[in-house]
Design a binder for this molecule. Structure first.
Ligand SMILES: *[C@@H]1O[C@H](CO)[C@@H](O)[C@H](O)[C@H]1NC(C)=O
Ligand SMILES: *[C@@H]1O[C@H](CO)[C@@H](O)[C@H](O)[C@H]1NC(C)=O
Length: 844
């Protein structure tokens, strides 16, 4: 028993060793990117790699260089992106790599900036993206089943993966060819699906791995959130925290492909924030536990332009509370706090890549992780997991103060250059300022009854919505006639018969003889809707028109290709002489899309095809109404948005480009409250915006505007007042800094590390965006100030000369720095107390 077990273990070890050796030799010969258990190895060097997700279709090519530069300045080595199959192959064999979909251009910009790229080909990508990135036509390939051992699916998937890999090879974009791509991904978060579907799932993932590796890209492939990833693929972690994750084989490095920097917004849901302190804590904890690659999901979230947002109810904004905001501005202090973290980690890199940590307890809830290499490099991480209390710990005879839920980083095992809970980078307050709300609008009311013509689709019974629309539009009309005999009893009563319509989702408007009788829409818990209401019917033929609205196709869930949308019935009328009449199986006519969509009312030429009205005739608060106006581009370069707060639901276009679905009428429900950085984060914590529209501002890319004569078109489903729509610009209005006494700021680290720590004094740095100046000082207090940027108060201790140095050094400058020390502020205001400086200034 014993012996055979030992023999088995021995042979496993030998096989494993041989495998590692073999793959090592193999990779030396073929490729410049390899890996071992410690890290990814590029050109012979183990690397700690810092990565961030920027999805090319969620911004514009004009924004890419700036986003990539900001990523580089933030300390990123790698940009990570998915590849979006549905935008690249809108119909089988017809490809689109233009404009926002110019993947090669995006990768080359990353290369020019001198950073690497991680290409997550998928082609299933989830990503809150329409249909998880699959083209809609894929659903209608005969015999297909998604993401399982199914021949039609595998053929289509392989075709697209090969297409992408071949483009990358011919453009010489893989690292061994001199390009920036150091890694790829096949499939995406398949683990949970495989667990559900069992052996066909296993066969499929084995096939996917072999197919990918067979393409010989010269760089490693990963599978994320999939414990069973085959040996030739690195399995990686996604989540809010990943310090406890272990790859499934000892020869694979520990990698974190998605650090969720916040969360996405759904219509009807709140806006979620993740505190920078907790994000930095999660990353430091991962690194101190052998982690060597991490990627922020998202680093820039951007915008779900057009109809690219997934069902169900994913909002147009994909801001994600990422370090760079939706509009391309720095989200401070998150961006700066992470930049400082990255600098601290990079100072530790020599020790991190060449040793394993030795771990000791410093207290009940405190640990030291020490990396010491043969070359004498030493780096230490001192952690305090206590979510409530700060603690003084002694490490190598020196005392260190650790705030709650924080990690200090000591790149020389002596100097704490960074603590995850102490933000020394500036914070800022970004404002939306109204540019113009004097837009002059015209309206056109969409048709709600139709005379049946010969090319109208028609059948006995109800069709599933996407089957008919193929997602060419959110809208599908279901139309039928209701014949009422003159001797119906209800005709003499006040109330008409009761109509019940069951729909698989996601929203529904019911019209009788052209008049709206009601609107229903689904929610986050249940996309299905049921309409129930009394109809005003007259004797003779009544026209019943149901406008069914989809808001994106599902992107996640086992066999989500089988999910339905639209009116599937039953459709029942109650309260007639005959009792109940089932309309489900009678003749129904169909019309895909709105008349305004067919006529391209969103473009200048298309807009001539209908008669618009204005002035006193302008349709206000009327359902299914088109609005249009012409405006000039505002001066300057600040990002722009539309404030859609006065509208309900629909879609907005500028110069024929869709800026997305608007739905400010959907009010955010949630659990908004305090948001302490300390303690385990999840998406139910730090919710904001409750009781407000889930999304009120809609990004208008500057590059979509001409200097004058821009056409803005809004389709409004519910009824709104376009006079309330305004063009706003997003500017950094205030900048702030909070500096703790004795805390180094990253510009001083150099000095700190050359062992002049005693002489080192912290500095407060303030900096306005390019082209702006610090024009006014609104608050400065050295002592125990309270509050946050935008809302500070003096505490019980305040140095009376707190303002002086800032007045002198900052006003009229783009940026400035002030040393934080007693003598600068006229002496110690409260000896023996831990002090802090808070300062707030206006940029203009
Ligand atoms: C780091 O990796 C080594 C080698 O696999 C392992 O022995 C050690 O327990 C790991 N340390 C931590 C803190 O995860
Ligand atoms: C899909 O549409 C076709 C006609 O285009 C029809 O024959 C079929 O029954 C429809 N399927 C469903 C599920 O609605």
């Amino acid at each position: 028993m014993m012996n055979s077990l030992c023999a088995k273990t021995m042979s496993t070890i030998i096989i494993l060793t041989l495998m590692v050796l073999f793959s090592f030799i193999n990779s030396l010969v073929n490729a410049a990117v390899t890996y071992d258990d410690k890290a990814i190895i590029i050109n012979g060097n183990r690397r700690i790699l810092i990565s961030g997700s920027i999805h090319y279709p969620r911004s514009t090519p004009e924004m890419w260089p700036d986003l990539i530069q900001k990523a580089k300045d933030g300390g990123l080595d790698v940009v990570q992106t998915y590849v979006f199959w549905n935008v690249h192959e809108p119909s089988p064999g017809k490809y689109n790599f233009e404009g926002r979909y110019d993947l090669v251009k995006f990768i080359k910009l990353v290369q020019q900036a001198g950073i690497y790229l991680h290409l997550r080909i998928g082609p299933y990508i989830c990503g809150e993206w329409n249909f998880g990135g699959f083209p809609v036509w894929l659903k209608y390939v005969p015999g297909i089943e998604f993401r399982t051992d199914n021949e039609p699916f595998k053929t289509a998937m392989q075709g697209f993966v090969e297409k992408i890999v071949n483009i990358m090879k011919s453009e010489k974009l893989f690292e061994p060819q001199g390009g920036p791509i150091i890694m790829s991904q096949i499939e995406n978060e398949f683990g949970p699906v495989e667990w559900q579907i069992g052996s066909p799932g296993k066969a499929y993932s084995k096939w996917a791995a072999e197919m990918a590796v067979g393409l010989q890209t010269g760089v490693p492939w990963i599978m994320c959130k999939q414990e069973s990833a085959p040996d030739q693929i690195i399995d990686t972690c996604n989540g809010f925290y990943c310090h406890d994750f272990h790859p499934n084989r000892p020869f694979k490095p520990k990698m974190w492909t998605e650090i969720w920097t916040g969360w996405y917004t759904q219509y009807g849901g709140p806006i979620l924030r993740r505190p920078a302190e907790d994000l930095a804590f999660a990353v430091a904890r991962f690194i101190q536990n052998n982690g060597s690659f991490f990627n922020y999901y998202m680093y820039h979230g951007g915008t779900n332009f057009g109809r690219t947002a997934a069902g169900l109810f994913v909002a147009t904004s994909y801001d994600y509370d990422a370090p760079i905001d939706e509009f391309g501005l720095l989200n401070e202090p998150k961006w700066g706090h992470l930049r400082d973290l990255h600098r601290a980690i990079k100072l530790c890199e020599p020790a991190l890549v060449s040793s394993y940590p030795s771990v000791t307890w410093l207290g009940k809830n405190q640990e030291a992780h020490v990396f010491r290499s043969y070359s004498e490099a030493c780096a230490a991480f001192l952690s305090n997991y206590d979510p409530q209390h700060s603690v003084k710990v002694t490490f190598q005879n020196t005392e260190y103060n650790l705030p709650p839920w924080s990690i200090s980083i000591l790149p020389d095992c002596k100097t704490a250059v960074y603590n995850t809970a102490r933000i020394s980078s500036q914070s800022s307050q970004v404002m939306m300022t109204v540019l113009s709300n004097g837009l002059s609008w015209q309206s056109y009311v969409e048709e709600t009854t139709f005379s049946s013509d010969s090319d109208m689709l028609s059948t006995d019974g109800l069709w599933e919505q996407i089957n008919v629309t193929r997602d060419a539009s959110d809208y599908l009309w279901y139309m039928t006639e209701v014949n009422i005999s003159p001797d119906e009893g209800f005709l003499n009563k006040e109330q008409g018969p009761l109509l019940t319509v069951m729909s698989a989702g996601h929203a529904l408007h019911v019209f009788i003889n052209g008049q709206l009788s009601g609107t229903v829409y689904g929610g986050l818990e249940n996309p299905k809707v049921t309409f129930s209401g009394n109809l005003e019917l007259r004797a003779g033929i009544n026209k019943l028109s149901l406008l069914s609205v989809a808001v994106g196709l599902p992107n996640v869930g086992t066999h989500y290709e089988r999910w339905n949308a639209g009116v599937l019935g039953p459709v029942i009328l109650k309260g007639l002489n005959e009792g109940t009449r089932d309309l489900t199986w009678q003749r129904w006519n169909y019309r895909v899309g709105l008349k305004g969509e067919l006529l391209n009312l969103d473009t200048i030429t298309g807009s001539y095809s209908v008669e618009w009205v204005e002035g006193s005739l302008l349709a206000l608060k009327q359902p299914l109404t088109w609005y249009k106006t012409i405006f000039n581009a505002p001066d300057g370069s600040d990002p722009l948005a539309l404030d859609m707060g006065s509208m309900g639901k629909g879609e907005v276009w500028i110069n024929g480009e869709s800026i997305g679905r608007h739905w400010p009428g959907y009010i955010a429900k949630g659990n908004c409250g305090d948001c302490s950085y300390a303690g385990k984060y999840n998406e139910n914590k730090c919710q904001t915006n409750c009781g407000q529209p889930s999304q009120k501002w809609y990004h208008v890319p500057r590059s979509w505007l001409k200097p004058s004569g821009n056409i803005l078109v809004v389709f409004e489903e519910w009824g709104g007042d376009p006079n309330g729509i305004s063009l706003v610009q997003r500017t950094t209005g205030k900048v702030c800094a909070d500096i703790y006494d004795g805390q180094p700021s990253f510009k001083n680290w150099h000095m700190a590390l050359s062992r002049k720590y005693n002489k080192m004094q912290p500095k407060a740095h303030l900096s306005c965006p390019p082209g702006k100046q610090i024009s006014k000082l609104e608050f400065a207090s050295y002592g125990v100030p309270r509050g946050i940027c935008g809302n500070y108060h003096e505490g019980i201790c305040h140095a009376h000369k707190s303002y002086d140095a800032f007045q002198k050094n900052c006003i009229g400058h783009q940026s400035c720095a002030v040393t934080v020390a007693d003598e600068v502020f006229g002496g110690d205001p409260c000896p023996g107390t831990n002090k802090k400086l808070s300062v707030q200034a206006v940029c203009s």
